[in-house]
Design a binder for this molecule. Structure first.
Ligand SMILES: Cc1cc2nc3c(=O)[nH]c(=O)nc-3n(C[C@H](O)[C@H](O)[C@H](O)COP(=O)(O)OP(=O)(O)OC[C@H]3O[C@@H](n4cnc5c(N)ncnc54)[C@H](O)[C@@H]3O)c2cc1C
Length: 380
């Protein structure tokens, strides 16, 4: 049986980032992924990344390879409500409030960087089980083989829930229909977040196009996917309003949206990261940003501790250091969806008034802007 210091389950954008963050650690690292190597390059999603994420991707040596589009302003509005808020990068002395990057390009840049480190990826190898013991974890593969490791980092995306760790789950009864639209006029580096009773609609500047994240009830998402491009485009325009005109749309894909997270992201010689630790609604684009803060903190804790990477105290330190940011980001995201997706008239008006207040009250606006730029560092 092969023995490693660290087996990373899942070579998605989170697993690969962890391997890169530990490339000089001296640990014997192996990544294992169920899919063929490079499959993540086909991810059609487009990610809004914070300024803090940019800094981490710079440290990992991949930022300059990314086709990133700067978000200079964010316009937040509420369908059927009067209020609106405008966040501007220039108010914070930053070139951008965030950046938009195709998820496939991010995966490609991470994969290329990994290839140059020589850290191996075992692809086409689904992990079917983990058995944590006092000294090691036995990783079972679907082909019947096994690996031994001192620490298993689970970054396999979906939370399996097959272990005894308590999970918190909430189904928003919403799906995200995503596509790239061609704007009729330049987007000017502006992102729009529009809250509607069906769920949030995000329009993100992506190259010369606009990445759309169009949330709808599952049955409505079925209908949106079945429409021809011209009919979908007309419906999207009506849903979004007149602040920007769209001239065309590309292929659509869909993702069910839910909140599911592990209260405790560590177990015996095991740490869960990325979507395997917490799967969030994409509103305000927090998922990968939080995941990368987790990854960076995990790598720093392991480097600081030295010795046995799976030691219980080391994992407990990681969990403790990440508690505030994890719970704050999960609550922030969940509250946004629940509050702004309500169709109740009093709540709708209250949300509109809230957005207006946000616009008029600089401290509140700065808090939201800093959370978009830096995540947890927005907290006092
Ligand atoms: C519509 C949408 C929009 C989003 N927008 C944003 C945004 O704007 N900003 C943001 O920060 N985040 C956003 N997110 C969240 C972001 O996409 C996720 O945080 C990120 O993709 C999680 O990456 P991951 O590596 O944890 O999981 P994944 O990308 O799912 O990768 C998991 C990997 O594990 C492998 N795997 C799975 N099971 C096994 C197994 N049993 N054995 C071995 N390997 C396995 C898979 O093949 C895959 O390669 C969005 C999400 C959605 C759905």
């Amino acid at each position: 049986m092969q023995t490693h210091d660290l087996v990373i389950v899942g070579a998605g954008p989170v697993g690969m980032a962890l391997a890169l963050a530990l490339k000089d650690s001296g640990l014997d690292i192996l990544l294992v992924d169920a899919r063929p190597r490079g499959a993540a390059r086909q991810d059609p999603r487009v990610l809004a990344l914070s300024h803090g994420t940019r800094l981490t991707l710079e440290r990992l040596g991949v930022w300059t390879q990314l086709p990133a589009t700067a978000i200079e302003t964010i316009h937040i509005s509420h369908q059927g409500g009067l209020g609106r808020t405008l966040l501007r990068a220039e108010e914070y002395g930053q070139p951008a409030l965030g950046y938009v990057v195709p998820a496939g390009a991010l995966a490609g840049a991470l994969d290329d960087a990994l290839a140059s480190t020589g850290i191996p990826i075992r692809d086409n190898a689904a992990v079917s089980g983990l058995a944590g013991g006092a000294d090691d974890v036995i990783v079972s593969l679907a082909d019947g083989r096994h690996l031994r490791t001192r620490l298993a980092a689970c970054a396999e995306g979906a939370i399996q829930g097959a272990d005894d760790k308590p999970l918190v789950e909430h189904d928003y009864d919403q799906h995200a229909v995503i596509c790239v639209a061609t704007p009729a006029e330049p987007h000017g580096g502006r992102a729009w977040e529009r809250f509607t009773p069906q769920g949030p609609l995000a329009v993100l500047p992506c190259g010369s196009g606009c990445a759309i994240v169009h949330t709808a009830a599952p049955a409505e998402a079925d209908a949106l996917l079945a429409l021809d491009d011209a009919t979908y485009l007309a419906g999207l325009q009506e849903h979004f309003g007149t602040r920007l005109r769209f001239a065309g749309v590309g292929p659509r894909a869909r993702y069910p949206l839910l909140l599911r997270y592990r209260q405790d992201p560590v177990g015996q010689r095991t740490v869960w990261l990325g979507n395997a630790a917490q799967t969030l609604h994409p509103v305000a684009g927090q998922g990968y940003n939080l995941a990368l803060r987790d990854v960076w903190a995990c790598a720093q804790v392991l480097l600081r501790a030295g010795g046995d990477p799976g030691a219980a105290e080391t994992l407990a330190t990681y969990a403790r250091e990440r508690r505030l940011d994890r719970s704050g980001t999960i609550r922030f995201t969940d509250a946004l969806v629940r509050l702004f997706s309500s169709d109740a008239a009093p709540l709708r008006h209250a949300c509109g008034a809230g957005l207006l207040a946000l616009d008029l009250l600089p401290p509140a606006r700065h808090f939201v802007a800093k959370r978009m730029m830096f995540g947890a560092r927005a907290w006092p």
